[in-house]
Design a protein. Structure first.
Length: 406
């Protein structure tokens, strides 16, 4: 079926326009007339033809954000809860969604569902929009007849996950910005300002203080090999990225990140919170534990933690516990392993994981606040040492001007 854009007039002469999915243009005319709308033939055409063709430039245009998916899910849940059929709900959501990529995705899902495909299978065809966690929860909701409840849970989860991600990113923006500005200022000083002082002091014909001479030597090196330095740094960054794309590289780099003094602790807490929330949500929705562990491993965001979760999956498939391999990995804190063990023994693993997730979400909040508070004075000290050192080193000869001109 194709999508047609149309314009028509009501009996009162009001001009209406919109989009409609139909097999051909005659079907569009028939449906409009059944709605007591007189179509304007010159204004009814298949979307994507003639002047209606959309020009797409790679990298530009709207993208589907987590907020868009969350809003769609919440509205979808409300409609299903109100008793509307799935196809009709998708029809309404497609019409009112302003995000064009999401609108197209919803239409594709609606077409598949109306053709007899299950909602989960239709969503699975769009992995960039609906991940494994989303699809498997919808599948469990369809099987259990609680799709509206599941969709509401997914919407809440996306909202919480997005909030957690924004907090971590927000904590990194300030120090990253300051460091970039500091590098820019130091580069300008080394390339443009210090050579002026060097030329001035060179005419004095006297030996310069050691800090001043060192600074001038650094400036000369930087000016002579600036392009080489930039190229080497770029090659190192590209090399690290390429290495990270390999299985071994990702395991090594993720392991190093987890061992870093401050950042490592934050990444560990984020990963534990994400694992606990995801697993709790899947188990509460009726997804089998082995399948749930496989899904949460993929969404861990860290190869070391992913391996620990997959080891737990192998352990439970052999009739053992989940807690034991998590404890052996050394990645998960002892408290998490103990609570998982208690949850397994009491048969309330989903509830216990939810508590762990809530606790570590608060821990992430506290860690982000602490890091932000700690980084501000550290950055100020760093800038003071670097910039202050450069300025003082260049003014030392002026301070010693009396002895230099004697």
């Amino acid at each position: 079926m194709s999508v047609f854009v149309w314009q028509g007039k009501t009996a009162q002469g009001k001009v209406l326009k919109g989009e409609m999915e139909a097999s051909n243009i005659e079907a569009v005319y028939a449906r409009l007339r059944s709605q007591r709308i007189q179509p304007i033939p010159a204004r009814v055409k298949e979307k994507g033809t003639g002047l209606d063709t959309e020009i797409k430039i790679p990298g530009f245009g709207p993208k589907i954000q987590p907020y868009d998916v969350m809003l769609f899910t919440r509205q979808f849940s409300t409609m299903i809860d109100a008793g509307l059929p799935i196809v009709q709900s998708l029809d309404i959501l497609a019409e009112q969604t302003e995000n064009k990529p999401l609108k197209k995705t919803i239409r594709d899902v609606r077409r598949d569902v109306s053709g007899g495909t299950t909602l989960a299978d239709a969503l699975e065809k769009h992995p960039k929009v609906f991940d494994d966690l989303y699809v498997n929860m919808v599948r469990a909701g369809e099987a259990g007849g609680v799709l509206n409840t599941i969709l509401n849970r997914i919407a809440l989860f996306i909202e919480k996950a997005n909030r957690l991600k924004k907090k971590v990113k927000g904590a990194m923006i300030y120090p990253a910005t300051i460091v970039v500005v500091a590098i820019g200022v130091v580069s300008i000083l080394l390339i443009f300002v210090i050579p002026v002082f060097a030329e001035l002091y060179g005419s004095m014909g006297r030996a310069l203080p050691a800090p001043t001479q060192i600074t001038i030597n650094i400036s000369n090196f930087f000016r002579a090999y600036f392009v080489h330095v930039v190229v080497i740094i770029a090659l190192i960054v590209v090399g690290i990225k390429m290495y990270y794309k390999t299985a071994k590289g990702r395991m090594v780099i993720d392991g190093i990140l987890l061992k870093m003094p401050i950042l490592g602790d934050l990444l560990r807490k984020v990963a534990v919170a994400r694992f606990s929330q995801n697993m709790s949500l899947l188990l509460a929705s009726g997804v089998p534990i082995l399948e749930g562990l496989a899904i949460t491993a993929k969404t861990a965001g860290n190869k070391v933690i992913e391996k620990a979760i997959m080891d737990a999956r192998i352990s439970i498939s052999e009739g053992k516990t989940v807690a034991e391999p998590l404890e052996k990995s050394g990645v998960f804190p002892p408290m998490v392993c103990q609570m998982v063990s208690v949850g397994e023994n009491t048969g309330a693993l989903d509830n216990m994981l939810k508590r762990v997730g809530d606790f570590y979400e608060e821990e992430v909040d506290n860690s982000v606040n602490n890091i932000t508070a700690l980084m501000e004075p550290m950055i100020m000290v760093f800038l003071g040492i670097v910039l202050g050192g450069l300025v003082i080193s260049m003014y030392l000869p002026i301070f010693q001007l009396g002895s230099l001109v004697e």
